[in-house]
Design a protein around this ligand. Sequence first.
Ligand SMILES: [Zn+2]
Length: 252
Amino acid sequence: MPLSPLEWLTELIPPLRRKRRFLFAFYTAILDKSFPYFHKLSASSKKEFVQRVHHFRKSKNFHFIEMPERDDVSVLVSAAAIQLSFGLPEYLFGFFDDIYIISGAYTYGDSTTPWAGHVNGKGIHVAWDHVLKGYASDSDGYNVGLHEMAHALEYEFAYGEYRYDHERTIRFGAVRRLIAEYVLEQSYHPGAMFSEQGLTNYHECWAESVELFFERPANFQAHYPQLYEGIRRLLNQDPMEWQPAKLPLSKN
Ligand SMILES: [Zn+2]
């Protein structure tokens, strides 16, 4: 005798629950071990974070270059996208289907300088050893994962879902103006927070601002309060909230 719809659902739910529990444990173990941002989240936020990482990861094709395919690597690269977008409603970065993970720094095009990552219309590219280096410390202002996802978010505002989000597009435009006014058009750069590359153009300055916002929030806010506030409003999260005390200002 065929099962009624209710019986069918009742049969289906326990395995689905088991699968969900297994997935949550799998992602949590990886994030707990190697993703400092995850430690700062409440228990309910951790659940939400894991779900978002899972959905993001499942929505992309991961290509592993000069390295074996690894689940923990795709989880940790996905986690950077979710950290950046955790205060936002849309987090799938739907403009991109492909993520390329290269074992180490690589050269691209005519450039002879090794790259740690780049983003173009074909996908998001990151050097895995640099991504790991970025996650090793969450207070040195260096995070290739966040940096490249910040570039990817620009594409989302230009061509993806956020192109239709009027309010957030205005906030993104405001950040662009703040970067021009308070960083790129200035001859003095307090705290020497940006690299030479970060001062070359808006795109690099935005990506480095994201790294500083998450990893050196107290210093960044002290030196660039308007820009910090603009990014806080855009991303709808505030790394200062989980800083127990303001860090001393850097001397250089
Ligand atoms: Zn960049």
